[in-house]
Structure formats: C-alpha cells, structure tokens
Design a protein around this ligand. Structure first.
Ligand SMILES: [Zn+2]
Length: 194
C-alpha cells in the first residue's frame, strides 16, 4: 500500500497471484468516511490475488459474469430477496443498492457472489506444505496494534488433518496456549511426551 501523499499510484494485482499493490490515503471518495480508503481498495486487489476478476461496472473491464445489475450486492433492492451488507465491527448496515468490491462503483461491500467465490477459492487452494505431518491444528487469526499492543482475536477453529504453514518466522510476539489453570500448554505437552 502506497501513501498517496506523493501522488496517486493505481492498484494492480496478479489474478490469481501472491503480489498486489495499491494506493491508500485519507480520501473519502465521496462515500467512505472512516479515514482511509486503503481498506476497500486493498480488498479489491486482494480479491484479484485470490482469483476474483472484475465485476464489469462503473468502468471496470475484463472481468467475468456477474449476477446482479449495476454491480450491486443484491438481486433486488427491496422485498424479502434483498441482500444487505452488515459490518460486524461497526454494526453498520449497508443498503441493497451498494456495489460489489470487485467493481469500480462507489459504496463498496462484498456481494454474496464474491464472498462465496472467495470461500470456494480458499477451500480449493489451501496453503500446504508437504514436509509436515498432517494433524489437528489451530487456526488463530487476529490483529495487534503495535502502538498499544492491543490484541483482537477472531474465534479459534481446529482444522483437522491440516499441514503446517511454512515458514514460521519468530517475531516480537508469540501465541501461548494455557489450560484452565494457567499452565502453558507447551509445558503440558512436553510433560506428556517425556
Ligand atoms: Zn481491479
């Protein structure tokens, strides 16, 4: 992500791929008032990296078929078929006339079409290595604010018979699993295997 203070650098990503780039800055583009447009712009480029083509609306070209008119997130704008966006963090609701993140339209959210295509991509392209022994592993996803060390964790899931992710690079933070009495899980495991 490149700060647009030095000029606007248009985004680009392989489809699919492992490299993408894009601009970021405080501009609202007339609809995003959270102080950064790097969120939806970055999401668009990540969508490409995960194999999603454009939804050909509002100037986006070269993409694939898209189910809803005007690049919207919903098959209809009202009634019981209408689909709304919901942000679980801000608890904001986005109306059915919002647009898919893979279009160039304003008011971007994720359509069910793009969401389910991404889900299928993740399921069909798991990150694998062939050196590790498949076993039950814990999927831990979260964020750390380096300024405050504030941690936000998503729900943890056990992934059965999963390979490991490589390489694991030691850093400034570690995840330590403890049992209900506070004993380090690793210590427990070491004890059990000795
Ligand atoms: Zn694009």
């Amino acid at each position: 992500m490149v700060d647009d203070a030095g000029g606007f650098m248009r985004g680009c990503a392989n489809l699919p791929g492992f490299v993408g780039s894009g601009p970021t800055g405080a501009g609202s583009w007339g609809w995003d008032f959270d102080g950064s447009y790097g969120d939806w712009y970055g999401g668009h480029e990540l969508g490409h990296a995960y194999g999603r083509p454009h939804a050909n609306f509002c100037g986006a070209e070269g993409g694939g078929s898209y189910p809803y008119s005007n690049g919207g997130i919903s098959p209809s704008l009202s009634g019981d078929q209408a689909i709304y966006g919901f942000d679980i963090h801000s608890q904001e609701i986005y109306t059915a006339d919002w647009s898919d993140v893979m279009s160039y339209c304003p008011n971007q959210w994720l359509s069910d079409f793009t969401y389910e295509a991404l889900l299928a991509h993740f399921q069909n392209n798991p990150i694998l290595t062939h050196s590790a022994t498949p076993m039950d592993r814990l999927s831990i996803i979260g964020t750390i604010d380096p300024a405050t060390n504030q941690v936000e964790l998503a729900p943890l899931f056990i992934i059965p018979d999963a390979d490991d992710i490589e390489p694991r690079t030691p850093g400034d933070y570690a995840i330590v699993l403890r049992n209900s009495t506070g004993v380090n899980w690793h210590a427990i495991r070491s004890h059990l295997t000795r």
